[in-house]
Write a protein that binds this ligand. Structure first.
Ligand SMILES: [Zn+2]
Length: 574
């Protein structure tokens, strides 16, 4: 047994019984904490162990992102793909056009390319047709994915590669369709997953030849922001081999909890994991409604009739029950199927009408399965347009809430007064109400929707400030303690891992983030830039992200853990 004692300038434990410490001792064979307290406490628990002094570094439990899509995130945002979302350095469509010109000039002539994140609202972009894209990519194949996940755009070279007879797409698959010109030929647009897959998957396969490495890059990216545990919210069985490889390397930086897409016929099956502490199936995921950026949320309130909303081709609504992906009868049937199996349920829902229906269905299923009052921790995700009284009802039922501050950070200025009337828009993502309701709250960035930056979520939660510095709904500001909980112990609770991670306490894993300064001492409006992430530890091992990539490349070269490109792509509707 080799023990380690780390001394820091301060340790924020997130354990209310022992909130601050100066040192932590752990057994690096088990990866578990032996003591958290003074140096003397640690030496008593680990006699004869040398003390490593980290100087001015502040330690915290590793951050936890309770809702992500790492495999998809890696495939479509990391090199060799290009991430063109507005907040990744492309605020306007003209910035995207400049990148397209540069890429086409620099890459080898036949190299196909994938761009993720065209945002019609924020970048003031129109839907590009094949002819629009041909102007930038006259010969190479080019695929552009809409930031909403609902639409894919492609150029004429892709249409030719697909060998569609006379350039005409095949018949529309169920629930999806191809854009067509008046003469029946493709206009270079595919709507919804099944049509996107048929139109662009062959090109994505050629453009992203190493999907396991791409997924590992996403996990590297998360770890770079201090994250040591996350989830895959769009798990399907053909991702299992890939996730086994990603989570069982010596330097695997991030623990993974899998939520199986309910649309899969085998969504109820158990998953045997080589290491349940690193990889485990936790629940089943459904989409109750859609996205605020395309007008598919089940809300009681309409959009405003403004030029930005018109330009993005968003129906004014209110969407109401028409935007539900399932009828109440269908929801009841799904819950009746999965609840008796013991799976934790997780529902994507953005609109207030949608959350009412989800909570009604949850209530009935919890009662029917004798789960009311138990430790079920069923989840609701995003909840952008939902209300505080709904959060109170969720809490009373034992339902946990994961909010996405990214919706507020990047779209907040549009939400308040351009997309919705201020009474709705200024209150989008009501983390203040959630805390007041006593929620088990977590935050997420929904990768690949937005970059996974816990410190920026915390800064935003405590200042209610968007990326342009504006404040909408200051009544939703929360304190730093509650914000930190949403990125640590609150998220661990949601993942049913609070007995293992989320705070620094004896017996838990030594999953740590090294910070350059105490987040409590940072200027709130500059927290995410003043506080630097210096590294992470997972199970008491200092993570080497370069070594991790080499370990993954070795697996990918061996071909023992193949990743099917179609699997994550099917999930491209976060
Ligand atoms: Zn998602």
């Amino acid at each position: 047994m080799t023990n380690v004692i780390l001394k820091a300038s301060s340790i924020v434990t997130m354990d209310p019984t022992n909130p601050r410490a100066e040192a932590v001792a752990f057994d690096d064979a088990t990866g578990k904490i032996l003591a958290v307290g003074t140096v003397a406490d640690c030496q008593a628990a680990a006699p004869g162990t040398a003390v490593t002094d980290l100087g001015t570094t502040v330690l915290m439990p590793g951050f936890i992102e309770a809702h992500s899509h790492p495999m998809l995130g890696g495939m479509i945002t990391q090199t060799p793909s290009y991430w063109i979302a507005p907040y990744m350095g492309y605020p306007h469509i003209s910035d995207v056009h400049a990148l397209w010109t540069k890429v086409n000039a620099e890459l080898p002539p036949d190299q196909p390319v994938v761009f993720e994140g065209l945002d019609r609202l924020l970048q003031q972009a129109s839907m590009p047709t094949n002819t629009d894209l041909d102007a930038f990519f006259p010969t190479r194949r080019a695929v552009v994915l809409d930031n909403s996940g609902h639409v894919a755009y492609f150029n004429s070279a892709v249409i030719a590669f697909n060998k569609w007879a006379d350039g005409k797409p095949p018949p529309n698959p169920p629930g999806a369709h191809f854009g067509r010109n008046p003469d029946g030929t493709s206009n270079g647009i595919a709507y919804e997953t099944a049509a996107q897959l048929e139109a662009v998957l062959p090109t994505v396969k050629d453009a992203v030849p190493h999907p396991l490495e791409s997924a590992a890059k996403w996990l590297q990216y998360m770890a770079g922001f201090g994250i040591t545990a996350t989830s895959e919210m769009t798990y399907s069985t053909n991702m299992l081999k890939g996730y086994e490889a990603l989570t069982t390397r010596p330097d695997s930086p991030v623990r993974m909890s899998l939520y199986h897409m309910a649309i899969d016929s085998d969504a109820g099956v158990q998953v045997a994991s080589p290491d349940p502490a690193m990889l485990r199936k936790q629940g089943v995921k459904l989409w109750a409604d859609g996205s605020p950026w395309v007008g598919s949320i089940a809300s009681s309130f309409p959009y405003l009739d403004t030029p930005a909303v018109q330009h993005a081709e968003i129906p004014l609504g209110p969407g109401g029950t028409a935007m539900m992906n399932y009828s109440r009868v269908e929801l009841d049937a799904l819950l009746a199927k999965y609840a008796p199996m013991g799976w934790q349920m997780s529902f994507h829902v953005n609109g207030d009408v949608g959350l009412d229906i989800v909570l009604d269905a949850y209530e009935e299923a919890l009662v029917n399965n004798n789960l009311m009052g138990t430790d079920h921790r069923w989840r609701v995700e995003h909840c952008g347009g939902c209300r505080g009284d709904q959060f109170e009802r969720a809490v009373a039922m034992g339902v946990t809430i994961s909010l996405g501050p990214f919706q507020y950070i990047y779209w907040g200025d549009l939400l308040d007064g351009t997309m919705f009337e201020p009474a709705i828009g200024s209150q989008w993502m009501r983390w203040g109400d959630a805390v007041r309701a006593g929620a088990h709250l977590s935050f997420h960035n929904d990768g690949p929707v937005s970059p996974p930056i816990p410190l920026l979520n915390i800064q935003t939660a405590i200042t209610r400030t968007t990326d342009t510095g504006q404040v909408h709904g200051a009544n939703q500001i929360i304190g730093i303690e509650d914000a930190l909980k949403a990125e640590t112990i609150g998220a661990a609770y949601m993942l049913h891992r609070d007995d293992e991670i989320g705070s620094l306490a004896v017996g838990k894993y030594a999953d740590l983030v090294e910070l350059s300064m105490d987040p409590y001492l940072a200027e709130p409006l500059k927290l995410a830039t003043e506080v630097k992430v210096q590294g992470t530890w997972r199970s008491g091992r200092k993570i080497d992200l370069d070594a991790y990539m080499q370990q993954i490349q070795a697996v990918e070269a061996a071909g023992t853990h193949p990743v099917d490109h179609a699997a994550p792509f099917t999930a491209h509707k976060c």
